[in-house]
Design a protein around this ligand. Structure first.
Ligand code: KIV
Length: 270
């Protein structure tokens, strides 16, 4: 079982691998492959729940998916991604929402899309025994301010702000930091500066670890961001299987005797 302490110790020693998962079956497959962290990302909104963005995702949806992922995994650290407006509005509500992920859904930690507003929250949750993964750079819950899923930290001032917020979250107790869609040279400096591991997505190869959305890795997404890599073609494999099933039913080739069961004495029902 991977722990937040092991991850902190792994920083700079061996690459950390993280993938998103939203259900028990996928979590089991990922866990069996030896991936270190399963992130129950709020990307479930667009990848699994049919929303146009991550904003509509609810605490209940993340909690339910996190519980499924935790049931499907034995070894990976399970991190629940706190959805839009579930943290930072009110302190006791924040603690209740984050606490639910550990108490009810069996997560090992939570991730917060971070900014100046999450430094105190990170400290409070950590004090209470809720490990926090921070997330800087592109934070999709701010899409309405950002105006698009664009590269962040591209000016000196913006890059300095990322570094200073990274330091603040480390000091507040975060055990790891996701850096999303930032220049590789900025991510490298943040990684160098911090003791906690950085986990990059679109942040170059110098982070301590990498994360991708599972649907992008499998080739299941309808569209993927430019920094993602498709390592399989599951969409094509699923389409082939579904079409083959439909054709077999249409042509009377499925089910066969092998899939059926005949009970003696039941041929003459009135
Ligand atoms: O929700 C998510 O999947 C994420 C990752 C992209 C880091 O936050």
């Amino acid at each position: 079982m991977t722990t937040t302490r092991e991850l902190r110790e792994a920083a700079g020693e061996e690459p950390i691998t993280m993938l998103t998962a939203y259900d028990a079956t996928t979590a089991r497959l990922i866990d069996d492959c030896g991936i270190d962290i399963l992130l129950v990302g709020d990307s479930m909104g667009t990848e699994a729940l049919g929303y146009d963005s991550t904003l509509p995702v609810t605490v209940e949806e993340v909690e339910s998916r996190t519980a499924a992922v935790a049931r499907g995994s034995d070894n990976a650290l399970v991190v629940a991604d706190m959805p839009f407006l579930s943290v930072g509005v009110d302190e006791s509500e924040t603690i209740r929402n984050a606490g639910r992920m550990l108490k009810e859904a069996d997560a090992d930690a939570v991730k917060l899309e971070s900014g100046p507003h999450t430094v105190d929250v990170t400290e409070r949750l950590t004090q209470l025994g809720i490990p926090v993964m921070a997330h800087l750079g592109l934070t999709p819950q701010h899409i309405n301010q950002l105006g698009g899923y664009t590269r962040q930290g591209t000016t000196e001032a913006a890059a300095e702000e990322i570094l200073s917020l990274a330091r603040a979250h480390e000091a507040a107790g975060a055990f790891a930091l996701v850096l999303e869609h930032v220049p590789a040279n900025v991510a490298a400096q943040v990684t160098d500066d911090l003791d906690i591991p950085t986990i990059g997505i679109g942040a170059g190869g110098d982070c301590d670890g990498q994360v991708l959305v599972i649907d992008d890795v499998l080739g299941l997404s309808e569209e993927a961001p430019p920094f993602a890599e498709q390592f399989g073609d599951v969409r094509a494999a699923m389409t082939d299987a579904i079409e083959a099933y439909k054709a077999a039913v249409d042509d009377g080739e499925f089910p066969t005797a092998e899939h059926s069961h005949i009970e003696a004495g039941l041929d003459d029902l009135s």
